[in-house]
Design a protein around this ligand. Structure first.
Ligand code: BGP
Length: 474
């Protein structure tokens, strides 16, 4: 039977400044932590990305045409404040006013993220999420945006604090590329929870009438077997990737069990517990009582089994299927049960995990007023067919199948009582991927990166049908 979505359910598309804008060296934009890191790696460049800096009008027109009612965008902090906490760059401010005006013109609601992995280089050099200077500067930049852009009604403080802290300090796939530093990871996680809370509280003091929330990457974690050691490994992994954030931002306090699991990971690695102050804990509590929504990014789930050895990791950043390895000392080993399909990047396709994470928020975090799925989608290797014309529609049946299964899981969670208000597909158009470059495409719209021509994919037609009818076809 076809699944129905609520009449006011928002169907949106997601982007991030550094992944779509390109133009990283123009109009006074400051450097971000990725610029020297990617240049040193020499694998791929963040320019031109999808050249959204110059082509936002085209992409917003396509959005309107294909039923994309809302777009997640992020402001590049370094366009407004090239050094993070120095003087303002008016050309950056003007640019975002123009983008938001174009959103209005095309009847697309902007959901605006303040930080999507693109810390200004100066502030990363000062210690990034581990430095008080960065945290204070982030609050000031956020307050500037709230006052400067009253046309924005939906704000997101931080995109995926999880990905940021873990990939920066324990998995080594984001700059500065450190591994095994669980102490830095948890301190950065806590600091991001606190700075998110400070910003929510500042926004609410301004009484601007809009809404504010945070976006988390939430991988549902299951034990590989019902062996108690595997069950415990899953609990450790969950504390590390999900629970410290969920407690800190959605409950406003860390449960004693969460802290005990964190402590256990740190003790196993001979590292100290993260530090908190009473003022910080008060800020967490206040923010959790007044924020408006949480965004959930969910692509895949994880299965954990007990592991006693040294940490070993391999990140599949090329699409060489079956190459991922993740065994973390003090946590456990990721091990996929038989029969679960994976993408070329080893991401398990498991829509039940989407349903389960939405229900977990509904069941365990009752302060949360509303949930948006702020990212979900599938990365595929796609090419432009020979002889393509501007009218060519790119076939992507695999994406339609994935989106249908996950959206069905969202609809089931709504039927089961979760207050999910919208769904943003990752991604609106093909774009630059942090650790994969240009080979992992997610968009409803195909981009020929050499010419920047846009082509519609079949999934865009499917998306429009869902958006128009609020029915997920069989
Ligand atoms: C999320 C990020 C996005 C995006 C997406 C897909 O974690 O918020 O910025 O990149 O994942 O990830 P990837 O590009 O690694 O496939």
């Amino acid at each position: 039977m076809s699944h129905r979505l609520p009449k006011d359910f928002i169907m949106g598309g997601a982007t991030a400044a550094y992944q779509v804008e390109g133009a990283t060296q123009v109009d006074g934009k400051g450097q971000v932590l990725w610029d020297p890191y990617l240049a040193a790696q020499g694998r791929f460049s963040p320019d031109p990305a999808a050249d959204f800096y110059h082509r936002y009008e085209t992409d917003l027109a396509l959005s309107e045409q294909y039923g994309v009612q809302a777009v997640r965008l992020s402001i590049a902090w370094s366009r407004l404040f090239p050094t993070g906490d120095g003087p303002v760059e008016p050309r950056g401010v003007d640019y975002y006013h123009q983008v938001f005006a174009a959103c209005r013109k095309h009847h697309v609601e902007p959901f605006v993220t303040l930080h999507h992995f693109d810390t200004p280089l100066t502030l990363q050099a000062a210690g990034g999420w581990l430095s008080q200077r960065m945290l204070d500067a982030f609050v000031k930049y956020a307050e500037f945006c709230f006052k400067e852009f009253p046309e924005v009604k939906y704000w997101i403080t931080i995109n995926e604090p999880t990905s940021m802290a873990i990939q920066q300090y324990s998995r080594g796939t984001f700059p500065p590329g450190e591994t095994g530093r669980f102490d830095k990871t948890f301190q950065a996680e806590h600091n991001q929870n606190v700075v998110h809370a400070r910003i929510v509280n500042a926004y609410k003091r301004l009484h601007l009438g809009g809404q504010i929330g945070v976006v988390h990457a939430l991988q549902t974690v299951y034990p590989y077997s019902d062996d108690p050691a595997d069950v415990h490994a899953a609990a450790l992994q969950d504390a590390y990737e999900n629970r410290l954030y969920l407690d800190g931002t959605l409950a406003g306090a860390y449960a004693p069990e969460t802290l005990a699991l964190v402590q256990e990971i740190l003790a196993a690695n001979g590292q100290p517990m993260f530090k908190t102050t009473p003022e910080e804990l008060d800020a967490l509590d206040l923010a959790a009582h007044q924020q408006d929504f949480v965004g959930v990014n969910n692509y895949f789930s994880k299965w954990l089994r007990a592991y006693d050895g040294a940490s070993e990791m391999h990140h599949n950043g090329t699409g060489a299927k079956g190459t991922s390895v993740a065994r973390l000392h003090g946590i456990g080993e990721e091990k996929l049960p038989a029969g679960i399909e994976t993408t070329d990047w080893d991401w398990p396709i498991y829509p039940q995990g989407m349903h389960d994470i939405l229900m977990r928020i509904h069941d365990q975090y009752p302060l949360v007023p509303a949930i948006y799925v702020t990212e979900n989608g599938i990365g595929l290797k796609e090419t432009l067919p020979d002889g393509a014309t501007p009218a060519t529609v790119i076939a992507d049946p695999k994406r339609i199948d994935y989106l249908k299964q996950y959206l069905d899981a969202v609809a089931t969670a709504i039927d089961d009582g979760a207050n999910v208000r919208g769904y943003f597909v990752w991604s609106l158009q093909d774009q630059f991927s942090w650790t994969n470059g240009y080979s992992k495409r997610y968009g409803l719209f195909f981009i020929d990166f050499a010419t920047q021509a846009r082509y519609v994919k079949q999934s865009a037609h499917w998306f429009k049908q869902v958006s128009d009818t609020h029915v997920i076809p069989d």
